[in-house]
Design a protein around this ligand. Structure first.
Ligand code: FES
Length: 191
């Protein structure tokens, strides 16, 4: 008979078989099953903490003061519980992005299409690899920026360029540019 944990009551154990081999097998399976239930119970509060209701998420915006970000630097912020990269490109990085023949890209977009008019140096993207959702490296000082000088996802080796466009590796799309606007020269509002 199964109890609430999915394990069997002691009398059921005895019924599982009179020969010792079958009984030992059953005890082993029951122990694994109980361990599985324990792990799920531990995870559930974490998952529910990470999942605010959809309407709360949909309504939330994030303001970021970008004035202190120097050319060549990036910061990591949080938007709707997910990592957000805000990066001020150097002139060299802008030139590198603009020198690429867009037709050769897996997910063709120009830097201008991925930034706001008059703010081509400010690259705002989600910090989530479009392959399987790891957080790429490259936003923090000293991190690996990959072969194209943008971001590098070490999970399976995706390389993004200085416009955060996918250039090499399994990721199918560029890092996502969320909806955002400049509310002043120094502040963006995302969402
Ligand atoms: S999750 Fe980034 S390369 Fe797979």
């Amino acid at each position: 008979m199964a109890d609430t944990t999915g394990t069997m009551a002691p009398e059921a154990t005895a019924e599982a078989g009179d020969d010792g081999v079958r009984r030992r097998d059953f005890i082993h399976i029951a122990a694994v099953s109980a361990a599985g239930v324990g792990a799920a119970a531990t995870l559930l509060p974490l998952v529910s903490q990470m999942s605010p209701s959809a309407d709360v998420l949909a309504a939330s915006t994030t303001e970021v003061d970008v004035s202190a970000i120097e050319p060549g630097q990036a910061i990591k912020a949080v938007f709707r519980k997910q990592p957000l990269f805000v990066r001020r490109l150097t002139q060299v990085e802008i030139d590198e992005a603009n020198a690429v023949d867009v037709a050769t890209l897996r997910d063709p977009e120009t830097l201008a299409q991925r930034t706001k008019e008059g703010h081509a140096d400010m690259l705002v993207t989600m910090g989530i690899c479009t392959h399987l959702g790891c957080v790429p490296l490259g936003a923090a000082e000293g991190e690996n920026k990959g072969e194209y000088g943008g971001y590098f996802c070490p999970c399976h080796g995706s390389h993004y360029d200085t416009a955060a466009r996918i250039r090499k590796g399994p990721a199918p799309k560029n890092l996502v540019v969320p909806d955002y606007e400049f509310t002043s020269d120094s502040v963006i509002r995302v969402g």
